[in-house]
Design a protein around this ligand. Structure first.
Ligand code: SAH
Length: 361
């Protein structure tokens, strides 16, 4: 089966200007099916094979006539991802997957099992151009955007490999999802569609470093997804040192965009705050964070920074992180310290891909 999928991908790669069938919405597929003089219900059957039965190729589609399969092959790419590496955490069972895309690029995704269900963290780009100083994904720069089907396939391939249903999705892997907005939007449409995987919008989180105009655009779509903002610092000056995007948009503009998101969607914003020893974990940082969060309907997720060997960032001691959290809590702020999942398996964004490319075990 795997070699069949590989040849299918390879032969398709050699063709130009192919459309990617798994990135089509059901109405688009219906339009094409009808234009080929096929019965309209065939579109739903195809959609079901791709997005519910998670078929690896047209050959598996038992109730689709041979002639229609041929038309599909001629007109469309059928994107599947191959796992080139799977690592399982001995600590918490978290699994990290390194997938090969049809063009040979690599992306990573993480599967986490919680009491309330299974969650998958997907990548949205190959590499990233945001250049945050603590993040491994930024080290090799940006390569390209992922298509909607390549985002979906990370979930589909993991579902097939683990044999378990995914109930939550976090777009927090490599890449800046709001820097690939159109594909992200289409991915969200496909993954929540009732004829597909039908994941509830409320079970999806999209994380951004803070591209203000796109946050506003997303707000206007009035989706019920959670928007997570990577804050990491409480003054413009500090934030600019960690995140180049902060040179473009000020904290004031960001906070206004967060308030706007809540106003438009009614959804509480999550602030992600990576605690870095001596950089953003002082009493003053806590005080400033309290005043930033004041009046905003938000939840703060403290993430002890995951040290990457290329940078000299350290985690605060556990007690220091707890005390930082307590200060926020005492001021009525909703705050958690994120459980570190998969620490023993290159858990931080972009680390697995990077060590694989560098030829390390
Ligand atoms: N580009 C998006 C999503 C990807 S990163 C964003 O910036 O939000 C997902 C989260 O992990 C972000 O909050 C990011 O800042 C954080 N992150 C990246 N590298 C990290 C590290 N080494 N330690 C802790 N958090 C990290």
């Amino acid at each position: 089966m795997e070699s069949e999928t590989k040849t299918e991908n390879k032969s398709k790669r050699e063709k130009e200007n192919n459309t990617d069938i798994k990135s089509l919405t059901l109405p688009e597929l219906q339009e094409w099916v009808v234009s080929e003089d096929e019965k309209p219900y065939r579109a739903k059957q195809l959609y079901d094979w791709m997005h519910v039965k998670l078929a690896r190729g047209y050959d598996e589609m038992g109730n689709i006539p041979k002639i229609l399969k041929e038309k599909c092959r001629k007109n469309f790419d059928y994107i599947t991802l191959n796992a080139v590496k799977v690592q399982e955490s001995q600590i918490d069972g978290t699994k990290k997957f390194l997938f090969e895309l049809p063009d040979g690029n690599l992306v990573e995704s993480v599967w986490m099992s919680y009491k309330h269900g299974n969650s998958v963290c997907i990548s949205s780009q190959v590499g990233c151009r945001m250049g945050c100083s603590f993040c491994a994904s930024a080290l090799n720069g940006w390569e390209r955007n992922l298509s909607p089907s390549e985002m979906l396939e990370q979930i589909y391939a993991i579902t097939l490999l683990t044999g378990e249903r995914v109930s939550n999705i976090v777009v927090m892997g490599t890449g800046e999802p709001l820097d690939n907005y159109d594909n992200l939007r289409r991915f969200l449409e496909l993954v929540t569609n009732e004829n597909g995987l039908h994941i509830s919008q409320r079970n999806i989180t999209v994380s951004t470093c803070g591209i203000v105009p796109v946050m506003r655009r997303l707000a206007e779509e009035k989706l019920q997804i959670t928007l997570a903002l990577s804050l990491h610092a409480t003054t413009d000056e500090k934030r600019r040192k960690l995140m180049p995007i902060a040179r473009k948009y000020s904290l004031d503009e960001l906070m206004e965009a967060c308030a706007y998101y809540f106003e438009q969607t009614g959804r509480r914003i999550t602030f992600e705050y990576s605690l870095i020893k001596g950089v953003n974990d002082t009493d003053e940082d806590a005080r400033e964070l309290i005043s930033l969060a004041d009046g905003l309907n938000c939840h703060i997720n403290l993430i002890p920074v995951n040290p990457i060997k290329e940078r000299d960032f350290k985690q605060p001691e556990r007690v220091a992180a707890e005390s930082f959290k307590n200060k926020l809590e005492k001021n009525g702020i909703n705050v958690t310290i994120r459980r570190e999942m998969g620490r023993d398996i290159d858990g931080a964004c972009g680390q697995l891909r990077r060590s694989h490319i560098a030829g390390q075990p």
